[in-house]
Every structure is written in C-alpha cells, then in structure tokens.
Design a protein around this ligand. Structure first.
Ligand SMILES: Cc1cc2nc3c(=O)[nH]c(=O)nc-3n(C[C@H](O)[C@H](O)[C@H](O)COP(=O)(O)OP(=O)(O)OC[C@H]3O[C@@H](n4cnc5c(N)ncnc54)[C@H](O)[C@@H]3O)c2cc1C
Length: 411
C-alpha cells in the first residue's frame, strides 16, 4: 500500500491511555501498517530512559490473565512484568458481618484451578509507558493534539485539533470517561452517580499480605488491599462521598485507625505511606459504541465501579475484539471503518460489558452497601459460593477474563 498523505491514516486512535495504545498495537497485528495508524493525545509524555525510574503511580490496577495475554500480544507484557509488577495468588473476600479469618470468608486461590496466579498488580504509569514504548518500537506515530471537532463523510472521519486536520477511515475514541469523541459523534451515554468516592493510597501493614488481594464489603462501601511487590499494599477504599472527603484530610493517625478498623484488623495495624488521592465514582454506559467511521473502546464506552477491578480489563478486551473484527474485514478486503465491521464489534462487546457492569452493580447494591431482605440474603449467600467448587470456578474464571466470548489475543 502507498504511504498516506500527511495527516491521513487508516485508523486514528484518540487517547494514549492504556486502552488506546493497546488498540493501535493490536491493529498492527491485525494487518494494518504501523505508519497508517496514529495515536493522538492532548499530552504525550516523553519516553522514560528506564521504566524502573518512573515515579511510583498511586493509580494501581489488578490486571486479569486475559489482559496479560493481550498485553503480550501487543508486545508490552515483558516491560510491564519486569517493572514492579506483583502477581497475586489469592483473593480473600468477606462481609462486615463475619470475621475476616473465619469459615464464612470467601477465598479464591489460583492453585485451585491449576493457575500460577490470579493476575498481576501494576501501576497505570508503568502500563502506559510500556505500551507507548511498544508503539514507538512498532513505528506507530504518537501525535500531541487535543481533538475539538469531528465530522464524517462517506469515506472518512475528519478530526480537528486547533488548525490541524487529521483524517482517517476509522476514528477510535479511547479518550476516557469524559470522552469528547463520544459526545462529538452523538453517541449518548447513561450516567449514574454512585454517591461514593474512592480513596487511593499506598500503605504498609503489620502482617504480611501473603500475595493476596484482601477485600471487605463494609455495609457502606468496599475496601480493597492490593498486594505490591515490595510488601506494601495499595488501597482502594470506596465510601459515601461525605465520609471519603473527611478521611481525605483527616490527621494521619485518625485515617490509619479508621482504615485498620474497616479492614477489621485482618492485616494488623495499617500505616499510611503516601499521599491520599480521591476518585469520585460514576457509572457510564454509552448508548451506542459505534456510528459512521467511529468506534468507542475502554472508559469512553463504559465506566464501572472499581470494586471488581474490571474497568481496564474490559477495555483491553474491547481493543482486542475490535482488532479481530478489523482483521476479518481486511481479509475480505474491506476498509477498517466499514460499518458492518463496527456493528459486529458493538454487538460483541456491548453485551459482554453490560453483563459485567450489571453484575458489578448488583455486588455494590447488595453486598457492599445493601440493607433489607434481598441484601441480607445475598450477604448470607456469599460464603456458599466458597462451598461449591463449581460456582467458585465460574467466579474465578470470569474475574480472570477466561470466560465469555474471548477475542483471539486473550485466548
Ligand atoms: C479507584 C480506581 C481503581 C481502579 N482499579 C482498577 C483495577 O484494579 N483493574 C482494572 O482493570 N481497572 C481499574 N480501574 C479502571 C481503570 O482505571 C480504567 O478503566 C482505565 O484507566 C481506562 O483507561 P482508558 O485508556 O480507557 O482511559 P484513560 O486512561 O482515561 O485515557 C484516556 C486518554 O485520552 C486522552 N484524551 C481525553 N480527551 C482527549 C482529547 N479531546 N484529545 C486528545 N486526547 C484526549 C487523555 O489525555 C488520556 O490520556 C480503576 C478505576 C478507579 C477510579
């Protein structure tokens, strides 16, 4: 194929977050030439000399096995795994009404299904830098541009960033929860406020984390401790916003006491090791994922509650699914923005994401914050999941991204 004119691409990905970068990399694997794909972002960070020299990022993700496979296919996994990544082997989940170490706590162990771990904890900045490095290595242009307008004709989508014009057969909106592409393309979204804010910080604990992710449903929210490689843990503490705002500025000792108490002492006394950062929690669900010459992936299409640690994992599956349908289209000599391809992607990923998002909301409403008969029933039922190997396996496989209709890179 001949080189495209300046500013013209087969696919232009808007958003150099983890999902946008992964989409671009997987599209090269689908058969598109790297120079005909571009990723643009309002800010493209300079590549660090060494990933290990990146400052610690408090935004930490639990990545599933499916995401690991997708990152491997994208050529970024080795860098992620080598840079402070922490595999976790177990999940220990319990409700505030039962003791943490009793028989009513639910323990998911990778060994039970013959896996080495359940996934890996990594920092957002490491993930993004590893993917940007892989994109540069592959020869995908990374452009600094803040997109402010979009128009479509029969053959192209045309984006403008100030007086710069960029055109492509397909624009992928990977521009996060407040997606401008979603809005400019007229793809509406249902938004819901959880009324909660997540506090995120790095902590140390008197007892070792034992490579286990600890999660307690509190009655008014959820508290997760994610194990880090250096023995510390990263917390995601989702609380009613008024309480979160108080704890955000509370004196350190008061914060530590409240945190230790909310984990019911499961890891002994907890010490704060970093600043505290807050994330107001919203649910977003795009009413359509595609329109003429535009497709949405990642948080631009769906934002879910962090209690199941699934947001980025769902986004990586979107990226890999879109690459699969475009690869099929290229084999039939279709152009990557052909509407029938985009509709196939939408049908596939929207149903999977709505299923997971619905399940997460049920967990939040009944287990994390619920009161009343139904919630009581669900809370009492939680330990029974652990008593049925079959049900337990279904839960583990869903969380690891090993179930559902998987794109080729995740298999
Ligand atoms: C507290 C918390 C904990 C979480 N924990 C987990 C977890 O354990 N596991 C998990 O899988 N997920 C987790 N998530 C979810 C995860 O953070 C998101 O799903 C993920 O970061 C989304 O990535 P993205 O690439 O879609 O969007 P983003 O990372 O938001 O990237 C969007 C990019 O688009 C760019 N952009 C925006 N507008 C424009 C524009 N107009 N022009 C150009 N560029 C633009 C931005 O600069 C940005 O770089 C958590 C979320 C929260 C809040």
């Amino acid at each position: 194929m001949s080189a495209p004119p300046p500013g013209a691409f087969d696919v232009l990905v808007v958003g150099a977050g983890p999902i946008g970068l992964a989409t671009a990399l997987l599209l090269t694997r689908a058969g598109l030439a790297p120079a005909r794909i571009a990723v643009c972002d309002r800010k493209i960070p300079a590549p660090p000399a060494e990933l290990a020299a990146l400052p610690i990022d408090l935004r930490v993700f639990a990545l599933s096995r499916a995401s690991e496979k997708i990152l491997r296919a994208a050529g970024a996994w080795d860098d992620v795994a080598d840079t402070r990544a922490a595999p976790y082997e177990r999940m220990h989940v319990w409700h505030a009404d039962v003791p943490p170490h009793g028989g009513d706590a639910l323990v998911f162990d990778a060994a039970e299904i013959g896996e080495r771990d359940l996934g890996v904890i990594t920092e957002n900045a490491v993930l993004q830098a590893a993917l940007a490095r892989a994109a540069r290595r592959a020869g995908i242009p990374l452009l600094e541009a803040q997109i402010d307008s979009l128009s479509q004709d029969r053959r192209h989508a045309v984006l403008r960033a100030g007086d710069r014009e960029l055109r492509a057969s397909l624009v992928v909106g990977a521009d996060g929860a407040r997606s401008v592409i979603r809005e400019l393309a007229g793809l509406g979204a249902r938004r819901g406020d959880y009324g909660q804010t997540a506090l995120v910080a790095m902590v140390s604990t008197a007892r070792a984390h034992e490579h286990t992710a600890w999660q307690r449903f509190l009655g008014d929210g959820t508290l997760a401790f994610l194990p880090l490689r250096d023995g510390r843990s990263s917390i995601v503490w989702s609380l009613p916003t008024a309480r979160a705002e108080q704890l955000l500025v509370a004196p350190v000792e008061q914060f530590e006491r409240a945190l230790t108490a909310d984990l019911d002492g499961a890891l002994g006394a907890v010490r704060l090791e970093s600043e505290r950062v807050k994330f107001p929690l919203w649910r977003v669900s795009a009413q359509g994922y595609v329109t003429a010459r535009v497709a949405l992936v990642g948080d631009a299409a769906h934002v879910v509650h962090p209690l199941a640690g699934q947001g980025a994992n769902l986004g990586f599956l979107d990226a890999a699914a879109l690459a699969d349908v475009i690869a099929d289209g290229l084999r039939r000599r279709e152009d990557p923005g052909a509407h029938s391809l985009l509709r196939t992607y939408e049908r596939w990923r929207r149903s999977e994401n709505e299923l997971m998002s619905g399940a997460i909301d049920v967990f939040d409403r009944l287990l994390a914050r619920g009161s009343g008969k139904l919630a009581e029933f669900a809370q009492r039922g939680l330990p029974w999941v652990g008593k049925s190997p079959l049900v337990k396996r279904v839960f583990i496989e869903r969380a690891m991204g090993l179930a559902g209709e998987l794109p080729s890179a995740a298999r």
